[in-house]
Design a protein around this ligand. Sequence first.
Ligand SMILES: *Cc1c(COP(=O)(O)O)cnc(C)c1O
Length: 219
Amino acid sequence: MSIKENYKKIQDQLTADVQLVAVSKTHPVSAIQEVYNLGQRVFGENKVQELMEKAPLLPQDIQWHLIGHLQTNKVKYIAPFIDTIQSVDSEKLLAEINKEAGKNNRSIKVLLQVKIAAEDSKFGLEISEAKTIFQQYMDGNFPHVEVTGLMGMATFTDNEPQIRKEFLTLKTLFDELNQLKPLKTLSMGMSDDFPVAIECGANSVRVGSAIFGRRDYSQ
Ligand SMILES: *Cc1c(COP(=O)(O)O)cnc(C)c1O
């Protein structure tokens, strides 16, 4: 199927209240432009260097989301333009984003990335850490960031009950924090599991290969 057909097929599965983040990592600028031309404005990349190479070659009104692990020393490169950093996995990183956002006289939206997968390879905060950081945010410690929600990745498995359980764990935390301060975004679900994520309460999904095709890491 073409990118256009893929994109339409994904859109048909999303209701208007679910945000689609088109994950364009490893794919060329021409493919991103094609999806942009179909009306998509929110794109996700997971590496700072790749994002820095592509962003200047694409329309200025793209809302870029960083979805991969971010080293504190790279925050300064993206702070002038990034829309949302979905992968905040430490207090140190949040403090650095706050500092760089301040320097740029702007506020940066962030999601706290919570570890919900059983595998221990994935980045993310423990639930207790996420609660602590959110409390510090509510106490006014990070005035140049806006914590708009939570992000999580389920275990890479065919075991749907397990995926569902992991997503529901994040939804429970989302509801709990939402009582303290209203949150907008619950980002869960990728190409293989976004329908399950939406059933579990996701209102933002990060879809890459189901739009752009398989990634080729060999180049
Ligand atoms: C690559 C990636 C995605 C998209 O994965 P697909 O399976 O290609 O849809 C979503 N979220 C994160 C954090 C990613 O790194």
